[in-house]
Design a protein around this ligand. Structure first.
Ligand code: CO
Length: 155
């Protein structure tokens, strides 16, 4: 094989690797599930993952019957100190924006807003999350975070 061919082959292999995201021993996807209901409640008051997680997947299920416009739920993760500001900005953004200010950098992860009988999920890298930092998850539907919030901990 000429050096030119070797270079091309290596480039193609590297590109394929990037596209395929092959699992390595260092990857650890941590999956969490939470449900919301028609009584404006999450079924969990806290969630946690190990510090060895590289990717976090949260699945939200709406176990109620009411539509998203009346009793919408989403799952939004922020630093606890950012909760009120993100919730206030989100309330003004409307359902079309999933009650989050578009491009809000304070949002670490968020699902879309769903209604009764629906399910959704979000996957995000764990790297930005720090052990010892206080995180809160909440529903950004206006008024819901009075009841629909919980603590998120990196163990
Ligand atoms: Co809600």
């Amino acid at each position: 094989m000429s050096s030119k061919h070797y270079f091309l082959a290596a480039t193609v292999m590297a590109a394929a690797g990037l596209l395929a995201h092959p699992a390595s021993a260092a990857d650890k996807v941590c999956q969490l599930a939470i449900a919301g209901n028609d009584l404006m409640q999450f079924d969990k008051k806290d969630l946690s993952v190990g510090a060895d997680c590289t990717q976090i997947e949260v699945t939200l299920t709406h176990t109620g019957k009411l539509p998203a416009a009346a009793m919408g739920h989403d799952w939004v993760l922020v630093k606890t100190e950012d909760l009120n500001a993100v919730a206030n900005a989100g309330a003004a953004a409307g359902l079309a924006n999933n009650y989050l200010q578009p491009g809000d950098k304070r949002v670490i992860a968020a699902t879309k807003v769903i209604g009764g009988g629906q399910s959704t999920s979000v996957s995000f890298p764990a790297a930005p999350l720090k052990k010892g930092q206080a995180y809160t998850y909440f529903c950004s539907f206006p008024g819901h975070n009075a009841l629909m919030k919980g603590t998120f901990t990196i163990n």
